[in-house]
Design a protein around this ligand. Sequence first.
Ligand code: DC
Length: 231
Amino acid sequence: MNDEPTRDQTMNDEPTHDEPLVIAIDGPAGAGKSTVGHALADRLGLRYLDTGAMYRAMTFAVQQRGIPEGDLAAVAAAAPSVEIAIEDGVVVVDGVDATAAIRGSEVTEGVSQVAANPAVRELLVRRQRAWVAEHGGGVVEGRDIGSVVFPDAPLKLYITASPRVRAERRVEQVGGDVDEVEASIIRRDRYDASREHSPLTEATDAVVVDTTGMSIDAVVSHIMRELEART
Ligand code: DC
């Protein structure tokens, strides 16, 4: 990914941190990671990286090439040639704008299998670290950011909410039936938490934030206090 460094420059002028500041945000789907993460990035003048979009982009490319998502060797062989560029929420895969397609049901159904492929994880983790090095830090959202990708991040957040609330938020955004969405959220959580490679789990030193019944402002203020206490 080749975003131009812009807002992250302001961070480099901050006297308080010499190291590039990385805020790791993990947690299950629909817990509010993106909303909270974007608000934090704005407050801190940091760039934002949605690593879930990278796994979705890889899944889109695999499907475009007609490779079965579960074919470990074929997916591993294809992955390095997949070009993914994410800029201001626009996701371009092999030169094609896939912003809408990566949120569609076909990709959503296939992404867990692609994300469980160790070769894909190794490749995308490398690209995530390169992105942060290139941008001088950032707010990075995913499932294994605090535990695997940036274990030394000064602030690791594990953002969660009840499956019901997560389903209700998803339905508000994209429609659907709350019961069905809740069932699929529980199914996907179980799969993500039980996979062999980098299962979804909170880093031992993560600040756990349960956003059930909390406003975004309250969540962000709480996190800013945690950050101030650490830097
Ligand atoms: O956050 P999301 O729903 O867009 O993530 C899509 C899928 O990618 C989901 O199955 C979890 C997986 N994922 C992952 O395994 N590791 C990450 N760092 C980010 C997402």
